[in-house]
Design a protein around this ligand. Structure first.
Ligand code: SF4
Ligand code: SF4
Length: 436
């Protein structure tokens, strides 16, 4: 690679080959999809999964909303494929503890729960740690109020028999959405999908939501089908009131779909089961990952992409990609689209001759650097480190002989620098030059 010397001239860079080695943090459906596709391209892939098995959050899902595939069988087939592919190595119970370097030559320290350590040198990293799904806080309604995942399990366990809850037949079900997640569509997708399965089982189903979100691919069609099949939809402004009766739960609300206020009556839905939306939180390892990798954390502790509108799978660091529910809770179809996008990005970097390094756009004069670490702390892309340098800086006492002692100075890694200019603007010693 070309050398960065302060004030030097740079030849036009030539394409170089980066090692086709990829480290994927997270062995959920996104991680294993990316691993399989990159392995098919001949790349060496390592998956570091925090849990004791692959699969991740999709383990609680049994039905897709947009295809008739058994989710668990589909997942098991993919895992079997990953575990039998020669160029994919899986570390279970493993966490990334340290990351140095940059695109093309990261050094990653992976530690397993039994204390074993592995040092890897991947060219790129992919973060696919997913998120945690929990039932919403308990609502008044007793044990007849369950979460969407619980209902998913119930439906999977009663594919060929009538639905029952604690030995009692279930004939009426009400979905109560948007009590906790105002802008997440997973709940709508799962509720409409489940309501169609319930209708086919002969149950009467109502979906009560603040705002039904049908923006996922094919959801509008699914919603229309649910309405045609007899699923009732209600909209509320004020949270519905739940009250348990002897063997059922009553859900009372003002239906906002009736436009004239004076014509709105209180709707009372008497149900055998009430199914509520769920809460999604960042993976517990996300905070530590942000610290180790020097990533910007997003809202609610999720990992944040560099530009949510245009560069959803890019992070603030070159060569580190994000995909799936570690960014925000999303449906499987969306996560898989992101997995495919990451595969394309990685291929564009790691295929032989595909990568051309850029010329430096910002450079430190080591003679002027006061080693104050301001630029190291401020660089939003973690492109600056401290290095030993042969020339002493202007702050050394004049009496000190240059006896070969190495002096510290900041150094900007051209591969990692985005040329934003923050370091040049903030350096108190005016030691950084930003090229046009
Ligand atoms: S801000 Fe300037 S003086 Fe401080 S470490 Fe960076 S280059 Fe050196
Ligand atoms: S120009 Fe921006 S990205 Fe490049 S080293 Fe300076 S602060 Fe970092």
């Amino acid at each position: 690679m070309y050398q960065t010397v302060y004030g030097g001239k740079y030849a036009a860079p030539a394409p170089i080959n980066l090692k086709p080695e990829v480290l994927i943090i997270g062995g959920g459906v996104v991680g294993i999809t990316i691993a399989r596709e990159l392995a098919r391209e001949g790349m060496q892939v390592v998956i570091a999964e925090n849990g004791e098995s692959l699969g991740g959050g999709i383990r609680h899902l049994h039905f897709f909303y947009d295809r008739h595939t058994d989710v668990q069988q589909w997942l098991d087939d993919m895992i079997a494929d990953v575990e039998s592919t020669g160029n994919i190595i899986v570390h279970k119970g493993a966490q990334l503890k340290r990351l140095d370097g940059h695109l093309g030559c990261f050094q990653a320290l992976i530690r397993t729960r039994d204390g074993g350590e592995t040092v890897l040198s991947p060219s790129v990293l992919v973060l696919a740690t997913g998120c945690i799904t929990r039932p919403s806080a308990a609502m008044n309604g007793g044990d007849r109020v369950i979460g969407l995942s619980e209902m998913e399990k119930l439906l999977a366990g009663s594919r060929d028999v009538s639905l029952a809850w604690k030995g009692q037949p279930v004939k009426t079900v009400t979905y109560l959405l948007d009590r906790t997640n105002d802008d997440i569509k997973i709940d709508t997708v799962n509720a409409v999908k489940q309501s169609l399965i319930l209708q086919e089982k002969g149950c009467r189903v109502a979906v009560v939501a603040g705002d039904l979100k049908v923006s996922a691919s094919g959801m509008e069609r699914l919603y229309r089908r649910a309405r045609e099949k007899g699923v009732l939809f209600f909209k509320y402004d004020e949270p519905p009131v739940l009250s348990p009766t002897d063997d059922r739960v009553s859900v009372e609300l003002q239906d906002m779909t009736i436009l004239r206020k004076e014509e709105r009556d209180t709707v009372s839905l008497l149900s055998d089961l009430v199914v509520t939306g769920e809460t999604f939180t960042a993976d517990p390892t996300a905070e530590e990952l942000c610290r180790v990798i020097k990533l910007r954390p997003g809202t609610s502790g999720m990992l944040m992409d560099d530009n949510p509108q245009f560069q959803r799978v890019l992070s603030n660091r070159r060569g580190i990609f994000l995909a799936g529910a570690c960014r925000f809770p999303q449906i499987v179809t969306e996560s898989l689209s992101e997995a495919h996008a990451v595969v394309q990005e990685v291929k564009a970097l790691l295929h032989p001759g595909a990568y051309t390094p850029a010329n430096p756009v910002a450079e430190v004069d080591p003679r002027k650097c006061a080693v104050c670490y301001t630029c190291v702390r401020l660089c939003p892309h973690a492109a600056i480190g401290m290095e030993k340098h042969g020339e002493r800086n202007v702050y050394a006492a004049p009496a000190v002989e240059n006896d070969g002692t190495l002096w510290g100075a900041a150094r900007i890694e051209p591969v990692a620098c985005f040329g934003c200019g923050i370091c040049a603007a903030e350096c108190p010693a005016r030691a950084i030059t930003l090229y046009q």
